[in-house]
Design a protein around this ligand. Structure first.
Ligand code: URA
Ligand code: SF4
Length: 205
């Protein structure tokens, strides 16, 4: 059976998970990516933020959210009064999926099969960190965390609940910071940014 399960050490802390992740062959995405992008932040976080997958910059750096979306997220976290060092940042899928167009690598949304294959890592991270709330950045993260497809417009900003590895976990779905980046320079940007900040503030409690 495909999937990350056999590469995920049982009952592991974040450090052991991070050490094991480069060996994962749970789906085909490892082959074309530069490296696995595991997570950042503290394993003692009350707030876990889940993105979609690493982008081009993250794939090269080996760190999540270091590209344009990361810049927007940093600003939103700061505006919400959340210190980046007090959250745990990860992705639903740990390898960069892309299409080559000439010299450029164009982001390609992970499929449901990739979300499912990579899910054991996310589950192990949630078990290790045991946060009081999980913030899903966008629909892909929400699907991975909630285990069902959701429409952002219908659930965003609401405190939901899901069954986690150690009992019920609070979940908040918000916009992906990339969607905010796309509005830069337009009048709609401010509202989108403020919406993201408001959701992060709610998650921060
Ligand atoms: N977008 C994501 O979803 N995750 C990252 O790590 C970077 C950009
Ligand atoms: Fe493993 Fe996830 Fe990478 Fe696929 S994307 S190889 S499941 S870590």
């Amino acid at each position: 059976r495909p999937g990350a399960e056999r590469w995920v050490p049982p009952d592991a802390d974040v450090g052991s998970l991070r050490e094991a992740a480069p060996g994962c062959r749970g789906c085909e995405l490892w082959a074309d990516a530069t490296q696995v992008v595991f997570s950042a932040g503290t394993d003692r976080a009350r707030v876990v933020l889940v993105g979609e997958q690493p982008g081009d910059k993250e794939d090269r750096a080996g760190e999540p959210f270091v590209g344009p979306a990361g810049g927007e997220l940093d600003a939103a976290l700061a505006a919400a009064g959340l210190d980046k060092d007090e959250v745990y940042l990860t992705n639903a899928v740990k390898h960069f999926r892309f299409e080559e167009r000439g010299k450029r690598r164009i982001h390609k949304k992970p499929g449901v099969a990739h979300l499912e294959a990579c899910h054991p890592w996310l589950e192990a991270e949630l078990a290790a960190v045991a946060p009081s709330v999980v913030v899903c950045l966008g629909a892909t993260a929400a699907r991975a965390v909630l285990g069902r497809p959701v429409r952002i417009g219908e659930v965003r900003g609401e405190l939901l609940e899901t069954e986690g590895p150690a009992g019920p976990v609070r979940v908040l779905v918000t916009t992906h910071p990339s969607a905010v980046v796309r509005l830069r320079g337009r009048p709609e940007w401010q509202e989108a940014f403020d919406g993201l900040v408001a959701d992060l503030r709610l998650a921060a409690g």
